[in-house]
Design a protein around this ligand. Structure first.
Ligand code: GLP
Length: 240
């Protein structure tokens, strides 16, 4: 895993945006694995600005998202489908039919997980973007998730519910379950970019960079990926 330390959140976002923009320019029908959360928002803002100013086109790009809350429809402002639409898709020329995310209100969760896995196999990702949970999760793969997991429903960890409560009116509203792409599927992407920003990620980043691969820290599996870049700002790197 290559580690890049940038000055601040804006630099971290710029660095990641450049990699994605270059990929899309070189391969106009690239498949991008995308993430939600606060961390990638600056990167999405840059993709939008670049699309508007430089004309980078997403007409043939396909996107696959990591995770979605169980029980939330895509028109619910707290759903990750809505997040993606608001922060990226509605500002660029991507065809919405080419954007994929788990259906949080699917009637049969087993069928939904299988459907997602089939699609992941059909559309190998050129890049997978990841954030880092403060407990070391990637997507919603909480500590001790099997490294061989595929799409599944997860019971969210207490600290994940607390961390994500800032996006809801109160903690009671945070769904307790989510669909998530599994760790095995994440690892299949050709390139992985993982971002971490701010002091609140410094502790987990220092554990991650130590290099032991342990399911107690799900992101540590990324050490086994042959093309993974960890991009940090100075605050997230402050305990290295
Ligand atoms: C959330 C998401 C992850 C995200 C992570 C970090 O729970 N499921 O995909 O990367 O936690 O979130 P943030 O970027 O807001 O710190």
């Amino acid at each position: 895993m290559k580690t890049i330390i940038t000055n601040d959140y804006e630099d971290m976002s710029e660095k990641a945006a450049q990699i994605i923009i270059e990929t899309v320019k070189e391969k106009p029908n690239a498949v991008l694995g995308l993430a939600t959360g606060a961390t990638p928002m600056g990167l999405y803002r840059r993709l939008v600005a670049d699309h508007k100013e430089m004309g980078t086109s997403y007409k043939y790009v396909r996107t696959i998202n990591l995770d979605e809350y169980v029980g939330l429809t895509k028109v619910n402002p707290q759903s990750y489908a809505y997040f993606m639409y608001e922060n990226l898709f509605c500002h660029i020329d991507i065809a919405l039919k080419n954007t994929y995310i788990e259906n949080g209100t699917a009637l049969d969760s087993m069928i939904e997980c299988k459907r997602y896995d089939k699609m992941l196999n059909k559309l190998p990702r050129d890049i997978q973007l990841l954030g880092l949970g403060s407990n070391g999760h990637i997507a919603f793969n909480e500590p001790y998730t099997s490294f061989s997991s595929t799409t599944h429903i997860v019971n969210l960890a207490e600290n994940t519910i607390k961390d994500n409560a800032i996006y809801f009116d109160n903690i009671e509203q945070v769904p307790r379950q989510a669909y998530t792409m599994g760790i095995k599927s994440i690892m299949k992407a050709k390139q992985i970019i993982i971002l971490a920003s701010g002091f609140k990620k410094a502790e987990i980043v220092s554990k991650l960079v130590q290099g032991n691969v342990d399911s107690a820290l799900p992101a540590s599996i990324l050490h086994n990926h042959c093309n993974c870049i960890l991009i940090l700002d100075k605050e997230a790197a402050s305990k290295l």
